[in-house]
Each structure stands twice: as structure tokens, then as C-alpha cells.
Design a protein around this ligand. Structure first.
Ligand code: ADP
Ligand code: ZN
Length: 756
């Protein structure tokens, strides 16, 4: 009825809320008449609370009929937080992963920007902002300069330093001249300096002082790859590439050239890297080429720094971001190229909550934004390999190292033949011991890799055979010596070392097995003259880990022993020997990707050796020398490994041939979780029968990690040739998934990685 004040004259909006509710809610326009646009954050009444939601779009009046529609309480954005293309990308992501859109949108925005309500009081979210004073120099006439040089040497030094470093902070100046405050005041008062207040960015990467580089002459292989990618970028159309390049083949240079091509077209660039490789060393390479016009996105950022990075991107101030997994959601306008380095790396997979795979979303985002996508790796995932075989990705190969260094020679040591080495210890076989001695005598460096931190993986009672276990998880506690105690590597529960066995009260508790702390101790005994350092999560991450790697780089360390953290990172020219102490650690995991992960890891580790002028060598100790993953790694034979593994996967219908979904159940109540898993399985079987869908159900079974953080766990796997078949089946039981039995949580993981 036109002209009358019926509800249909009001505007209605679909609003997604960050709660495990699949469909958006409908609200009417705010009473104060503030304009509402899709992508804006709004405060909406929800039950008795008010929560932040995200406007998805206009709703029809008919959609609102029959509901008590309440108005939006407040519009939180003047411009939408999410632009239309990002909103659409996230909508598609939420749909693919069957995850509530509101939660997906929240995951895509920097934390801490939302206002919140506490005890009935509404609080504007204020990300704490710290300011510092920064200085720039004004030109000084010659006579004044000479006068100051003569009469106030320190003040002159401060002034010239600022002139050479415009925007330098007072903190940085104070660290150089502890008494510079008076000079700064005087210089400012005399008009030679400009002082400004600027927000502090708490960032490992801020203030890197970087000299610009000149691009090297590309190798023929690099040039061919670059030409293909640049040609694609210039078309302004989507195109996907698999850049398969051996370690040290110069993939980064190809990325840099691709980014330059995108920038020439006025488009942006998004670079995703594994958390572990996002080091100042790496960022430096990008800054050396493109200056500081880039945002760095990693988990160590403060909320403030993350928000700043997000703002700089959203405002278009910077058009390039390098970051970890979640950077795939960066508000980058119009990316021309999206790069996923080490695309096989498992850290791109989010395991909890919105369980997305950043590599797969990178491909989706590229296709939606008509940009090129480059998946780079020395050991491509079988999924990407398969996509290349199927023509979905164009394969570009770099088979030689850019520096023309040969790949390291890899030797396999059969531990069944070398039970113990010099001194009777079981850490180093005689051949590896000898190789270390030789390397040290040439003044070269050694990296030793052991995928277990702590001192010993178990504290075992020799009387009754019990291992001391975590009270909350179905795993044994790891014995640590610095500081001394037992630690659960799954939930971080810590306890002191008991005097007596909790099971039999005996006193025969002994550490069994070797972790990095014990390895370090043994190495000190075997090589007393060597400078030995350790790197694992107990040493620290971020700046602390960097300090250890810097010491290695400066050749202040002869032997570095550690976990995964030593396997990535950048060139250490004097590292000529890499030893893998237990090459089969991951091989016996209940995971169909165990072989693939082992192959990738061994290739990665071995690739650390001999990257510069000194030839490199890698030694892998293993109890399974014949295993295909280990044999293929020894011969740098990705093709053979992939071919064999793909045959096996095809036979079993595993990815990349079959598509999987994991449904995980957990509860503090063991019976409730079992009943829930069995109930849903039955429900799914019925639905499969009713709809005639060809989906295989595996399980339900207790998860291999059957207790975690005090919660009992079961899982159920779906496997079928097509993901939409799985999805259709899940949609048939979606109500049961959304409303699990009391006390039970259900998590759906599309294309799961973890089988634990
Ligand atoms: P990848 O990422 O493939 O392991 P990098 O990009 O780290 O390899 O390159 C390995 C080394 O080779 C680096 O030190 C890099 O500076 C150097 N490099 C790359 N391209 C060239 C080139 N065209 N000429 C000379 N050196 C190069
Ligand atoms: Zn635990």
C-alpha cells in the first residue's frame, strides 16, 4: 500500500552474526536513519544481548513476515568494513566449508575492532594506542651548520643522523645517545627539526633498514617461468600455476617478477607463506625490491599492529601484503597476483573453528578477482600435482639451483644396522658422527633435525611399565630439563616430576627416548669443543628464534640442533652437513598422508645443505631405509614418489581422487560422545540410502587422540568422488549437526588434514 506506514515501507537487511547459526537474521533499518550498506558492521539486539553482526544485503519485506523484526541498534562503520568483492569471496568460502557466514566474516576482520557490551554497559572497542615522537630534519644553512659542528658536536651528530633517517623515533635516538633529550628539544626549538606524534607499531618487521637490490639476471628456467606468468598477468584474467622448483632454484625471484608485473598494471599482490618461514630475512627480500609499501601479516602482531596493517590495505595506502594463512582474507583491493609459497605446507590449513585451507581459498580468490595464482613448492602437494595433471594448473619447473650448486648428496643410514654409535649413545650412528667431525674440522657448520622437543618423550616406570600420562589427553607427558618438569605437548599441561610412579609407587622412573634437549646434552659430550645451539619452541619464537638463526648465520654456532624450526629459513652458506636423526618419526602416524609428509619434510631438511659455494651433504638415519618416501627423498625423486603415491591413493579413493569430510565429536562425557557419533552416523546412512548418494562412511571410531584437554573424541569420515556429494549428504542432516546432544560438540572439517 504505497503512501502508508506499513512495515513494507521500511528497509530490511540480512545480517550475519558470529554464532554457530547457519542462516543470517533479518533486522530493519536503524531508527536514526543512518545509511546501511552491505559489508558494514552493525550492532544488533540478539535475545537480551546486543552483538556485532555484518550486513549481507537487503532483505525482502516478505522474508520478514511473521517475525518480530527489530531494528539495527547502531551502525558501526561509516564505510563498509568488507567491500563487495571480499564479501562475495567470504560468502563462497563459508558455503564451501559449510561454516556459519557470521563466523567467517569475523575471522576475516582484525580482532579487537568490534565494540562489546559488558555488564549492561556498551564499550567502544579501543585498541590501545601507544604514541611516540618521531623527528625529521629541516635544511640548515651552511653557516649555521659550521657553527654547530664546531660548538655542539653531539647536537650536530644527532641532527645529521636524523637528516639521514627521516621519521626516526625518539626511542631509537635515545638508544644511540642516552642524553639526547636536551639536544632534541633545542634542535626543535631552534627550528631545525620537526617533531610529530605517531602511533607505535609493535612489529618485528618495523624499522628494518634495507638497501634496495637489483634483480639478478634470471636463469633460463626462471625466465621461462616468469614469461609465462607475466603474460598471464597482463591478460587480466584468472590463470593458475604450479611452480615446481627444487630447493634453492630461485622461486622467490619468480614471485618478485610476477609482483612487479602486477604492480605495473596498478594491481595488488598477496603473498602467503608458512608461519615458520615468515622471518625478517624473507620480508627483507621483498622490501629490498618494493620498499616498505607492504603490509606484513602474522600471528605475532599485536591487535593494534594488525588493525593498522588491515587499515593500510583497506584504504589502498599499500597494495601488497605478505603474510600467513589468514592473510588470504586481507582487504586487498584488486589483487593481480596471489602467491602461495611452500603450498604443500600443512600450516595453511586451519584446524579449528572455520577450518579453511588458505591455499585452496587463494585459488578461489584469484579466480574471483581475475588474477594469477602461483602455487610454489619443491615438493608439491599431491592435490596440486593432480590439478596440474588435470590441466587446472599450468606446471612450471625449475630443476636446477639458481646458484648452480648441485643438490646435496643424501645418504641413508639404516639404524637396524647401526644400533648405537661412539660412546654407546643411540643419537648418532658412527657414519653421522664421523661426518660431523669432518665438517667441524673444515670449519663448516652442521644442522641436526629431530622432530621432538623436550628431553625425553616419555617418563617410564621400569618396575610396572607405566608411562606418565597427561591427565587431560591420551598421550604421555614429555620430560623437560630446562626448566625441569613434565609437559603435555597437546594441551600444555605442566607438572613437576614425581618421585614415585603414580601406578606402583616404585622409584624406577626413567626418561625414555630422545628429545632435542637430550640431543643437545649428548652432543656437548661428544663434541666438547664445538659451539652448540638448540632451536625449538621452548627456546622461543619470533625474535628469540631469529637470534639463534642470526648466530648461525654469523658463524658463532657450529652445530644447531632443533625441530622443524631449523628446517626452513634462509641461506646459511657454511652449513654443509644436515643430519636427520630420526627420519621415520612421522611415518607411522595413522594418516594416509604420512608418507607424503615424510617425503616433503626430508626433502626440505636436506635442501638446507650446501646452498652456497660449499657442496652439501645430508644424512638421514632411519629404521625404514626401504620405505618409498625415504628412498625417493634420497634420490630427489619427486616424480617417482608422486607417481607411486597417486596410484595408491587412487586405489583407496583418498584425496586427491576422493574428497573427504571429517566430522569430529567431543565431550567430557565418554558415553555421550560415543552415542552422538553413532547416532549421527546412523542418520547419515539413512540419508545416503534415501537419496541414493554414493558416499562411503568410515567409522565412527574413537579418534587416535582419543582424549584431548579432558574431552573424549570420536570421529567419522565421509569419502566420495565429489565434494558436493558429501555436502549434499551433510545438508540432509544439518539440523542434527547444528543441534548436537547436550554437552557434545560437533565440528565439520571439509578436506581435512589432521587425522588425529
Ligand atoms: P627457493 O625459494 O626456490 O628455495 P630462493 O629464491 O631462496 O630459492 O633462491 C636461492 C638462492 O639463489 C638465493 O640466495 C637467491 O638470492 C639466489 N638466486 C635466485 N635467483 C638467482 C639468479 N637468477 N641468479 C643468481 N642467484 C639467484
Ligand atoms: Zn594434555
Amino acid at each position: 500500500m504505497p503512501g502508508t506506514a506499513t512495515p513494507s515501507a521500511r528497509a530490511f537487511y540480512h545480517v550475519a552474526v558470529p554464532l554457530p547459526l547457519r542462516s543470517p537474521f533479518i533486522y530493519s533499518a536503524p531508527k536514526d536513519g543512518t545509511p546501511v550498506l552491505p559489508g558494514m558492521r552493525v550492532l544488533v539486539p540478539f535475545g537480551a544481548r546486543r552483538i556485532t553482526g555484518y550486513v549481507i544485503g537487503l532483505a525482502q519485506a516478505a522474508d520478514a513476515e511473521g517475525f518480530r523484526v527489530r531494528p539495527i541498534a547502531r551502525v558501526l562503520d561509516a564505510v563498509p568494513s568488507l567491500d563487495a568483492s571480499l564479501l562475495e569471496f567470504l560468502r563462497r568460502a563459508a558455503e564451501y566449508y559449510m561454516h556459519p557466514l557470521g563466523e567467517v566474516l569475523r575471522a576475516a576482520l582484525p580482532p579487537g575492532i568490534n565494540p562489546f557490551e559488558k555488564a549492561g554497559q556498551f564499550h567502544e572497542a579501543r585498541i590501545r594506542q601507544k604514541f611516540e615522537t618521531v623527528f625529521t630534519a629541516r635544511p640548515m644553512p651552511e653557516d649555521a651548520a659550521q657553527e654547530m659542528q664546531r660548538r655542539a658536536k653531539t647536537r650536530w651528530a644527532v641532527y645529521t643522523h636524523i637528516a639521514a633517517h627521516p621519521g626516526i623515533s625518539s626511542a631509537a635516538l635515545r638508544s644511540r645517545w642516552s642524553t639526547c633529550a636536551a639536544h632534541l628539544r633545542r634542535l626543535t626549538d631552534d627550528g631545525w627539526l620537526d617533531a610529530q606524534q605517531q602511533p607505535v607499531v609493535g612489529d618485528l618487521f618495523a624499522g628494518l633498514d634495507i638497501a634496495p637490490d637489483t634483480p639478478p639476471t634470471l636463469t633460463d628456467e626462471q625466465a621461462a617461468a616468469t614469461d609465462a606468468i607475466v603474460a598471464q598477468i597482463r591478460t587480466g584474467q584468472y590463470g593458475g600455476f604450479l611452480l615446481h622448483g627444487v630447493t634453492g632454484s630461485g622461486k622467490t625471484e619468480v614471485y618478485l617478477q610476477a609482483i612487479a608485473a602486477a604492480r605495473e598494471m596498478g594491481r595488488g599482490a598477496l603473498v602467503l607463506v608458512p608461519e615458520i618461514t615468515l622471518t625478517p630475512q624473507l620480508v627483507r627480500r621483498y622490501m629490498a625490491r618494493f620498499g616498505t609499501e607492504l603490509a606484513v601479516w602474522h600471528s605475532g602482531l599485536s591487535d593494534r599492529a594488525r588493525y593498522d596493517a588491515w587499515q593500510r590495505l583497506r584504504s589502498g595506502e599499500v597494495k601488497m601484503v605478505i603474510g600467513v594463512r589468514s592473510a588470504v582474507f586481507a582487504p586487498l583491493d584488486n589483487p593481480g597476483v596471489i602467491i602461495v609459497d611452500e603450498e604443500h605446507d600443512t600450516s595453511f590449513k586451519q584446524e579449528t573453528g572455520f577450518a579453511y585451507h588458505a591455499r585452496d581459498l587463494a585459488v578461489l580468490r584469484a579466480s574471483m578477482s581475475q588474477s594469477a595464482v602461483i602455487l610454489g613448492s619443491a615438493t608439491p602437494s599431491l592435490e596440486s600435482r593432480h590439478n596440474a595433471d588435470a590441466g587446472k594448473l599450468r606446471r612450471l619447473a625449475l630443476v636446477t639451483r639458481a646458484t648452480q650448486r648441485p643438490l646435496p648428496h643424501i645418504e641413508i643410514i639404516d639404524l637396524t644396522q647401526h644400533r648405537s654409535g661412539p660412546g654407546g649413545q643411540t643419537l648418532l650412528s658412527a657414519p653421522l658422527h664421523r661426518a660431523i667431525s669432518e665438517t667441524l674440522s673444515r670449519q663448516e657448520q652442521v644442522i641436526l633435525f629431530l622432530n621432538r622437543r623436550g628431553f625425553a618423550p616419555t617418563l617410564l616406570c621400569r618396575d610396572c611399565g607405566e608411562a606418565i600420562r597427561c591427565a587431560h589427553c591420551a598421550v604421555s607427558l614429555t620430560y623437560h630439563t630446562h626448566p625441569r618438569g613434565l609437559v603435555c605437548h597437546y594441551c600444555d599441561h605442566r607438572q613437576s616430576v614425581p618421585e614415585r610412579c603414580p601406578a606402583c609407587a616404585g622409584t624406577a622412573l626413567h626418561p625414555v627416548g630422545i628429545g632435542t634437549q637430550k640431543a643437545e646434552e649428548i652432543l656437548r659430550e661428544l663434541f666438547p669443543a664445538a659451539r652448540i645451539a638448540r632451536l625449538d619452541r621452548d627456546v622461543g619464537s619470533g625474535a628469540r628464534a631469529e637470534a639463534v638463526l642470526d648466530a648461525l648465520r654469523r658463524e658463532e654456532v657450529d652445530i644447531l640442533v632443533g625441530t622443524q624450526m631449523v628446517t626452513k629459513g634462509h641461506d646459511f652458506p657454511k652449513v654443509t652437513l644436515v643430519g636427520v636423526l630420526q627420519g621415520d618419526v612421522g611415518l607411522h602416524m595413522p594418516d594416509f598422508r604420512a608418507g607424503e609428509k615424510t617425503f616433503q619434510l626430508l626433502t626440505q631438511v636436506a635442501g638446507r645443505a650446501g646452498r652456497s659455494t660449499h657442496p652439501g651433504r645430508a644424512i638421514i638415519q632411519t629404521f625404514n631405509p626401504q620405505h618409498p618416501a625415504i628412498a625417493a627423498a634420497q634420490h630427489h625423486d619427486y616424480a617417482r614418489f608422486a607417481a607411486q603415491e597417486l596410484v595408491d591413493r587412487a586405489e583407496l579413493g583418498y584425496p586427491p581422487f576422493g574428497k573427504m569430510v571429517a566430522i569430529r565429536f567431543n565431550s567430557t562425557d565418554a558415553d555421550a560422545v560415543e552415542a552422538a557419533a553413532k547416532g549421527l552416523a546412523q542418520h547419515l546412512r539413512n540419508a545416503a540410502k534415501a537419496t541414493g548418494t554414493d558416499v562411503t562412511l568410515l567409522g565412527p571410531t574413537p579418534s587416535p587422540l582419543s582424549l584431548l584437554q579432558g574431552r573424549h573424541r570420536w570421529h567419522l569420515l565421509l569419502k566420495s568422488p565429489r565434494q558436493d556429494w558429501n555436502r549434499r549428504l551433510l545438508l540432509a542432516v544439518v539440523e542434527a549437526i547444528e543441534a548436537p546432544p547436550k554437552g557434545v560438540r560437533i565440528h565439520v572439517d571439509i578436506d581435512p588434514f589432521s587425522m588425529l
